[in-house]
Design a protein around this ligand. Structure first.
Ligand code: GDP
Ligand code: MG
Length: 162
């Protein structure tokens, strides 16, 4: 069984961009508007020589309240199926209430969760990501999925036993 990594987060944070980079496919649709990925999508990827399965999701809506409403079924199932969760947030847009609700849900799961601040290209990344430490999910890992920055390092960490 290959390890499974789920990509979750509110729409437009760059989940499909990361999925495409990891799988080197154009299967996941990338767009500037939310909600495009309606079902979860599976791809095979590898970091260094280690293969894994990656799941892209699109169904977390940021304008509802309550974690049950907020986390759509597809995303919840992807989390269930995964060995590690990459929880993406947008370093440019900053912290949102959707991020806080998703974090609250993830803190209750018995999963390895990695908080990932995407889109750190061309900004003062350290100051941009500082506020995400308030989500209480530990380290904030900086990446730029569109350019590949930080991606190998992040996946190596996510797939390591501890
Ligand atoms: P999703 O809704 O979470 O799947 O987000 P998408 O992958 O569709 O990306 C949403 C938008 O963010 C698109 O316009 C992407 O080009 C843009 N984006 C994704 N990753 C990066 C990044 O690393 N840097 C920048 N500047 N933009 C990015
Ligand atoms: Mg998407």
């Amino acid at each position: 069984m290959l390890p499974v990594v789920a990509l979750v987060g509110r729409p437009n944070v760059g989940k499909s961009t990361l999925f495409n980079r990891l799988t080197r496919s154009r299967d996941a649709l990338v767009a500037d508007y939310p909600g495009l990925t309606r079902d979860r999508q599976y791809g095979q990827a590898h970091v260094e020589e280690h293969p894994f399965i990656v799941i892209d999701t699109g169904g977390i809506h940021g304008d509802e309240t309550g974690i049950d409403a907020l986390m759509a079924e597809q995303s919840l199932m992807a989390i269930e199926e995964s060995d590690a969760v990459l929880f993406l947030v947008d370093a440019r847009a900053g912290l949102s209430s959707a991020d806080q609700s998703i974090a609250e849900h993830l803190r209750k799961q018995n999963k390895k969760v990695f908080l990932v601040a995407n889109k750190v290209d061309g900004i003062d990344a350290d100051s941009a990501v500082a506020e995400f430490y308030s989500l209480a999910l530990g380290e904030v890992h900086q990446i730029a999925a569109a350019h590949g920055r930080g991606v190998t390092q992040l996946l190596t960490l996510a797939l390591s036993p501890h």
